[in-house]
Design a protein around this ligand. Structure first.
Ligand code: MLT
Length: 325
């Protein structure tokens, strides 16, 4: 065999080995720890749900799952990091309606497009928005609270987790309906924001029910209204926004797992199956329901369904939100 032929043969064998490796890589996946980026501070609703679900997924996948909190810019810093990560299935992100929908309208130069720069894996939860306030805010109920907002607009501090966060966009909705522009106080997540609310350093916040339930149960804050049509079983004494005279204020969040674009389909399918298994686990279900979360139905857990949800939500929030800055 001539030198040329030998080189060609070696190159061909090398290429064939590489090609045959791809299915094997996906077949053996995961062979090491997986990182899930949470684009907000530890202790907030996105973080809590991620740790709960990923603990079960880790058992199914047989590898550790490390939660990495990458904060800033309403979650878009972490989402950008995830979009640029190697698409080998070892870096994922728990995004939500803020990072993977509303931020498209708010950030004209957003460094990623949630519709094309990610592989949707699975929808993880639905979480109603609760209007929460510091314990000693004077209004006795939601009706009085709305009047108080109008009368004290210039003095009020509203906490949120950065432009584009769920707590930002859902209070933008409330403030728009009420017709006020309070001072926004940004935090790296509604975990730290809730600490400030409990301490009375800020006046109110629109937060995912996940984060509000433990505080209401502990008597550390007030929950004026839940922005969904029916009361939540996890907050039975908290009226709906409609009961409080503001039926137009309807707001819920969703959290979902994504991988960088180009992550092999077989890996996405394996992750989707592990997420679905976690959502069928009775302990996971019990804890999520205790925190007021809605568990996606099987047909809502499909990756394709999440891809459609992202597209629909980008359009929905784009109608209401305008670029910031
Ligand atoms: C948000 O406001 O987007 C999230 O609730 C923040 C968080 O999970 O900390």
């Amino acid at each position: 065999m001539t030198g040329f032929n030998r080189r060609t043969a070696v190159a061909t064998l090398g290429a064939l080995a590489m090609l045959s490796a791809v299915p094997a890589l996906a077949q053996d996946y995961p062979t090491r720890a997986i990182t899930i980026i949470v684009p907000f501070a530890a202790g907030g609703p996105t973080d809590v749900v991620t740790r709960l679900v990923s603990e079960h997924m880790s058992k199914t996948l047989g590898q550790p799952i490390v939660v990495e909190n990458v904060v800033g810019a309403g979650g878009t810093t972490g989402a950008t990091r995830a979009a640029r990560a190697t698409n080998d299935g070892y870096t994922l992100i728990m995004g939500h309606v803020g990072t993977h929908a509303a931020s498209v309208a708010l950030y004209p130069k957003l460094a990623y497009d949630p519709r094309t720069d990610f592989e949707p894996i699975a929808l993880i939860n639905g979480a109603a928005i609760v209007v929460a306030a510091k314990k000693d805010l004077p209004p006795k109920d939601f009706k009085e609270f709305v009047a108080y907002l109008k009368a004290n607009e210039a003095k009020l501090n509203q906490a949120h987790a950065g432009v584009g966060a769920v707590s930002y966009i859902t209070c933008e909705l409330l403030n728009g309906i009420v017709g006020i522009k309070p001072v926004g106080v940004p935090f790296q997540g509604t975990g730290p924001a809730m600490n400030a609310l409990v301490a009375g350093q800020v006046d109110y916040m629109c937060d995912q029910i996940t984060n509000v339930v433990p505080q209401v149960n502990g008597g550390t804050i007030k929950a004026y209204a839940v922005a969904i049509p029916e009361r939540s079983a996890s907050l039975p004494d908290t009226p709906t926004s409609a009961e409080g005279g503001l039926p137009s204020y309807q707001a819920s969040a969703w959290n979902a797992l994504f991988a960088p674009k180009g992550t092999p389909k077989a890996i996405v399918e394996k992750l989707n199956a592990a997420a679905a298994k976690a959502l069928d686990d009775e302990k996971v279900i019990a804890r999520m329901k205790e925190l007021g979360n809605d568990i996606p139905k099987p047909e809502q857990r499909k990756s394709e369904a999440l891809g459609k949800l992202v597209k629909d939500e980008v359009e929905k929030w784009g109608k209401f939100l305008k670029p910031v800055g």
